[in-house]
Design a binder for this molecule. Sequence first.
Ligand code: PLP
Length: 416
Amino acid sequence: MVTDMEMDTDITTKKRMKKNNPADSIQDLQFFGEYGGVNPSIADSSTFTYLAGKTMGEVFDGVREGCYLYSRHTNPTTSYLGQALAGMEYMKGAILAASGMGAITSTLLQLCDSGDEIVSSRTIYGGSYAFMKNYLPKFNIKTTFVNTSNIKQISDAITDKTKVIYCETMSNPLLEVSDIESIAILAKKHGIKLVVDNTFTPLVFSPAKLGADVVIHSLTKFINGTSDTVGGVICSDEEFIGSMIDVNSGSSMLLGPVMDSMRAASILKNLRTLHLRIKKHSENAMYLANVFQKNGLRVIYPGLENHPQHELMKIQMNEGFGFGGMLLIDAKTKEKANELMEEMQNNNLGYLAVSLGFYKTLFSAPGLSTSSEIPVEERKKMGISNGLVRISIGLDNDIERTYHTMVDCMKKVGVL
Ligand code: PLP
């Protein structure tokens, strides 16, 4: 018989173990390795044996589940990472990809047939933009690019051929925050899938809780955090994930952008410290955004009260992870932007490099690099000027020290 006290304890324990925060779902992972290892064993095999030919046939026909067959289909190690990321994103399933672009392209090709349309945010990563603008028309798939901060613009762009609304939770490079909740309501009303790239804000936002159907990450960035690999993930419900690995019609299965098991194992290990890293990236970015703004620099950072979506972000973000580790400063001209970045690198403040989410600060000028696929006129309309410097703030222990050296660099090149 269970006593009242035991029952109370049981309820409290359950309450405590409830995944009310995406970081808890990482903390609660319990994968045992072979021989009781505390890390899951790595399934370093492309193919898996069967004792009976009949069983293999059944797996191929989809009538038998739970067996591994071939690592382009599924692999135990990538499945562990998939489970972890799906849990973090409040989704039922996930597929790993060899890069963020592998995840984005296979998702869109799965959701759209010839003749279908996409409504996409115009401020997105340059590669995603180029894929929709230049590549998908080969398959007769058209994309209308809109300002997704404006719900009316999205709504006006929807036609009876629209299958997908695509946006980034926090956009690359302008750090505009999408109102995922309102976009999801609109998407549901029209029976359209909402696909959200959450690369800039893992843990900070949980797009599925706000109504997104598919959540994508470039794992290359914050989630892996060590700038040693590219990788991607697609998180969604079981039906969509199942469709992507269908042997006859699944884009992940047939295009084959899969992740290797060795990489999946190393990303899973790095994922465990994501919550600590995101908090520190955000804390450092908030500090620098404030002090730079006080110095009279034009700074774009969603944690600042003058950011257009600051209030929206406060409503939709998860508590405890801050406003993210990315900020933009305006050096006014491309020459000044380049001089400043070179000076900062020479002073060991970080690296003049694309990408983000590293322990060291990374800086690049999006107009001259990661957004260069977007035509100049479009970039101007969006507000991506050549003097903008995108900074992925590192995990610096003493951010005040960093600030003083940064100010010296800015003064030296005439940005301040
Ligand atoms: N999504 C965003 C927001 C990105 O910034 C990037 C790359 O910079 C990608 C997707 C593509 O990811 P990957 O380089 O891993 O293919």
